[in-house]
Design a protein around this ligand. Structure first.
Ligand code: GTR
Length: 412
């Protein structure tokens, strides 16, 4: 077995430019060698593993091995938080080697209930932005400039930011809906910038030399962080291990979908405004949507070098994002969006869900997706769920009402 945290080796695949061109979405139920998949068994034993390897090699980089050990330490616990409605905790997770970054999980949960379903996912700027609670840790690593309370020029977070983005993960509202919620700062796992001197990328020997074209990229590391959060949540007596929903917004929505696809312990997957590299197609027909060329140029660290090679010709990608959704089958996936956010390609995401449906049908769901593009404001709560609200690119308390409604159907 490879050492913990290092990428698991993959079979050899041809270079991106030598792959055949396919204008339409490649069929999720046809193997690379042309074999047709007609049963759940063959899907699970043959095609699903093949797709997971393809997504690693050509897009997100290799899936890191699970750490041998995850140690949890409760940093604080306040049983009278959230307007007296619940308990707020922060838990520090440490993994094996001492030089590895730690992950800080902020958990809000209702009081006095049996174990509840829990939303889990990464946040953009630090747990302290989500609550004014004074015991919540302020990140000490690099944070993006421009967020509330971030020192000019140094990219350091300060206590000034406390509670200033509380609307993005409305902890009390979620707890009042009967759910727990657990989130961590994505940058503790891997800061959102190119370069390999920090975060998990810095712990790999490969990062110091010329990185392989399928080096574990940042979105994959963030997904890895979600999996480590799940490692803790499945041992936590207050959350129900069988009812975890992963959530993330935008780049972290891409992360949520990848995390769900690569971890069957996650019961529901909610990529919010995830767009290109998430639930948005790479072969996009929407001229307003973000193209692969643009995303891999502006954010070269999110995906592996192999994916950048498809920028000029996405028809050579041997899969499209419907196959990432299909890997989640039969688990529910809800793609949520906003009308003004065509950059994230809401209609393209509906095409992606529709194209994933044949795999869901293998599991006996005859109607896994809405028959036509749902209207703005109407939740299509099928197993391949879809929702568009009016408005712009953001994650709001109203979005969370949709997430909890969907979870009420699939997790209660
Ligand atoms: C944009 C990027 C999108 C999306 C967004 C975000 O600049 O083009 O793919 O990830 O950032 O994360 O808010």
């Amino acid at each position: 077995a490879p050492p913990a945290g290092s990428p698991v080796p993959l079979p050899a695949f041809p270079p991106p430019d030598t792959l055949p061109s396919t204008a339409e979405f490649p069929d999720p139920l046809v193997m690379r060698d042309g074999t047709k998949i007609a049963t759940k068994k063959d899907w699970e034993e043959k095609r699903r593993p093949e797709l997971k390897e393809l997504f690693q090699h050509y897009m997100y980089g290799r899936f890191p091995a699970k750490p041998e050990k995850v140690t949890a330490k409760v940093l604080f616990e306040d049983t009278k938080a959230l307007g007296g409605k619940g308990t707020l905790r922060e838990v520090e997770l440490t993994f094996g080697p001492p030089e590895w970054p730690k992950l800080y999980l902020l958990i809000a949960a209702p009081n006095g209930t049996p174990p509840v379903a829990c939303f889990v996912g990464p946040n953009f700027g630090g747990n302290h932005l989500l609550t004014a609670h004074e015991q919540v840790r302020v990140p000490t690593v690099w944070v993006p400039g421009g967020y509330p309370g971030v020192e000019k020029g140094t990219n350091r977070a300060t206590a000034e930011g406390r509670g200033k983005q509380a609307d993005t993960w409305p902890l009390q509202q979620i707890v009042e809906s009967g759910y727990a919620v657990a989130t961590f700062y994505c940058g503790d796992v891997q800061p959102d910038r190119p370069g390999v001197s920090e975060g998990m990328r810095a712990t790999l020997p490969a990062a110091k030399d010329a990185p392989p074209a399928d080096e574990t990229a940042t979105v994959m590391w963030w997904a890895w962080g979600c999996h480590r959060a799940v490692d803790f949540l499945v041992t936590d007596p207050r959350t129900d291990a069988k009812r975890l929903a992963v959530v993330g917004h935008s780049r972290l929505g891409k992360t949520a979908l990848l995390a769900g696809a690569f971890d069957d312990r996650i019961a529901v997957v909610i990529p919010h405004q995830s767009g290109c590299g998430g639930a948005g197609p790479s072969r996009s027909k929407n001229p307003k949507a973000e193209p692969v060329k643009r995303i891999t140029t502006v954010f070269p660290h999110w995906f592996c070098a192999n994916f950048r090679a498809f920028g000029d010709d996405t028809t050579k990608i041997p899969f499209d994002q419907h196959s990432l959704v299909a890997i989640c089958a039969p688990r529910p996936v809800l793609a949520t969006n906003a009308d003004d956010d065509q950059w994230a390609n809401p209609p393209g995401q509906f095409d992606v869900l529709t194209a994933a449906a044949p795999v869901y049908r293998l599991y006996g769901d005859a109607r896994p997706v809405a028959a036509k593009l749902p209207e703005t404001g109407t939740l299509a709560d099928e197993r391949l769920g879809y929702f568009v609200r009016a408005g712009k690119h953001s994650m709001t308390p109203d979005d969370w009402k949709v997430f909890t409604r969907y979870a009420d159907k699939w997790l209660k």
